[in-house]
Design a protein around this ligand. Structure first.
Ligand SMILES: Cc1cc2nc3c(=O)[nH]c(=O)nc-3n(C[C@H](O)[C@H](O)[C@H](O)COP(=O)(O)OP(=O)(O)OC[C@H]3O[C@@H](n4cnc5c(N)ncnc54)[C@H](O)[C@@H]3O)c2cc1C
Ligand code: SF4
Ligand code: SF4
Length: 425
């Protein structure tokens, strides 16, 4: 609650970030009757969860959970969604914020039926960022099958080319609008919830772990995409250098996390993510050997602990307690040798594998570029919730590293905090 007792000038809430946390905050507030503006910089909602193959601990596809939420948004006239939208400025005080939002053109309007004809005629291919650049997509594309809003996007890279014209001509529904321009809209809201989430820590910054130098070293988020049937390898886990089915894979835990030179904190989810990813490998390769190099395995709570115990029963999953010091590539086979000091035996361990997954952690999106509002951050860029001041709150991974369940709980709490700002007397 805030100390300021003047009546709020606006009864609306702005939620910035359309990942699972932002979507949850928006729905919780709208379903008790508040008007909510949900602003997402990507052309689709869902955030990082949309890129996952399965959720731990249940191992169901995240699209199930997202789809239900998208339906709730669709059915709720209280929520107005803006995609390709960036907040430019937030001014004012709790109960009365003036906000400017920049809307970038999608070049496709609401007539789109997702028939895909524009994509079929488009010749130019662009890097597929949803798949971390592991493959390409057409210049006119749907970000992913279950994308919400279900509407194609034209990349600015093809604007002004013959391809753009071809897309317009191919569309039978008059949905391609190449004249669309950037717009700015102004809103007055009473509370703001920042649900701006996280970015995977840039593995190329971890010099000793070889990412970017050796092809057969990928990150955990790349593994999520590779294991997804809508991913770059159509769900098949293959080592990048030669598309071989890997017989041995190592996971390097705390890749960048719990390291004063990179992220000093524990990223909370990457132990569970690697345990989950061993199940992806096991499903495809019953005999593959999996080596997990860890400092401690963090599987918080009873359900996660149970999941961990189950993985430990697999006799071809080897847990090695030891921080990885370096990785080397055999230039002939392109296999990787992982070098670590075994903290239990005190010996140096050298493990040769066909592929390595770096369990990289989470960095808040505001770590590098601060948000255009009067917010407090900790030394790592996570937004600190200042409940004394009130009015603006952070939910989910914008506030701390978290799994989906904790993000949802926190997002629900922040919906309540936003509502309290609006109803105070
Ligand atoms: C490898 C890996 C596997 C994982 N697997 C699981 C799992 O199985 N189960 C589980 O519970 N958790 C898992 N997680 C954790 C899960 O991804 C997070 O809990 C979840 O993404 C948190 O959601 P969020 O909405 O807070 O953030 P995000 O998912 O990052 O969403 C933030 C959204 O805000 C948008 N945004 C950012 N900045 C702005 C801005 N300035 N303006 C507008 N929009 C903005 C982003 O585009 C994004 O859509 C995994 C994490 C990793 C690294
Ligand atoms: S923009 Fe037109 S051609 Fe492209 S998917 Fe939508 S309806 Fe089909
Ligand atoms: S969750 Fe595990 S891998 Fe991730 S930083 Fe914490 S201890 Fe390291």
């Amino acid at each position: 609650m805030t100390n300021n007792k003047t009546a709020p000038a606006s009864g609306s809430i702005l939620v910035v970030g359309g990942g699972i946390s932002g979507v949850t905050t928006a729905l919780e507030a709208a379903e008790v009757g508040y008007e909510v503006f949900l602003v997402e910089k990507n052309p689709f909602l869902g955030g990082r969860v949309a890129q996952l193959n399965q959720y731990f601990p249940k191992l169901c596809p995240p699209t199930c959970g997202l789809e239900i939420n998208f339906r709730r948004i669709k059915d709720n006239p209280k929520i107005k969604v803006f995609t390709l939208a960036n907040v430019e400025k937030v001014e004012g005080t709790a109960g009365n914020y003036n906000v400017s939002i920049k809307l970038s053109p999608r070049y496709i309007n609401e007539n789109c039926t997702c028939c895909g004809d524009c994509s079929s005629v488009c010749q130019m291919e662009i890097s597929n960022e949803f798949n971390f650049g592991m493959n390409k997509s057409k210049g006119a594309y749907l970000p992913y099958e279950m994308a919400f809003p279900a509407r194609y996007v034209i990349s600015p890279q093809i604007i002004g080319t013959e391809d753009a014209k071809r897309c317009r001509e191919a569309c039978k529904y008059n949905a391609v609008d190449l004249e669309m321009e950037t717009k700015t809209i102004d809103l007055n809201v009473g509370a703001v919830v920042w649900a701006t989430g996280w970015e995977p820590y840039d593995a190329a910054k971890i010099d000793n772990l070889g990412f970017g130098r050796y092809k057969n070293i990928i990150t955990n988020m790349m593994m999520e995409r590779m294991a997804s049937t809508n991913g770059p390898t159509k769900g098949k886990i293959l080592r990048p250098s030669d598309e071989k089915e890997p017989e041995s894979i190592a996971f390097v835990q705390c890749a960048g996390s719990r390291d004063e030179n990179h992220l000093p904190y524990c990223s909370y989810i990457c132990c569970m993510a690697s345990l989950k990813q061993t199940t992806y490998i096991r499903e495809q390769y019953p005999d593959a050997r999996i080596y997990i190099f860890y400092i401690d395995v963090r599987a918080p709570g009873q359900r996660y602990e149970k999941f961990y115990k189950k993985i430990k029963e697999d006799e071809n999953v080897f847990f090695i307690k030891g921080k990885v010091a370096e990785v080397k590539e055999d230039s002939g086979t392109q296999n990787i040798t992982v070098v670590a000091e075994n903290a239990v035996t005190g010996e140096k361990t050298l493990q040769n594998v066909e592929m390595v997954v770096l369990a990289t952690g989470m960095q808040p999106t505001a770590a590098d570029v601060k948000l255009p509002a009067d917010l407090k951050y900790d030394e790592n860029g996570f937004i600190i919730n200042d409940f004394e001041k009130g009015g603006m709150f952070a939910s989910g991974c914008a506030n701390k590293p978290a799994d989906v369940v904790s993000s949802n709980q926190n997002a629900t709490g922040m919906a309540l905090k936003a509502i309290q700002t609006l109803v105070r007397r």
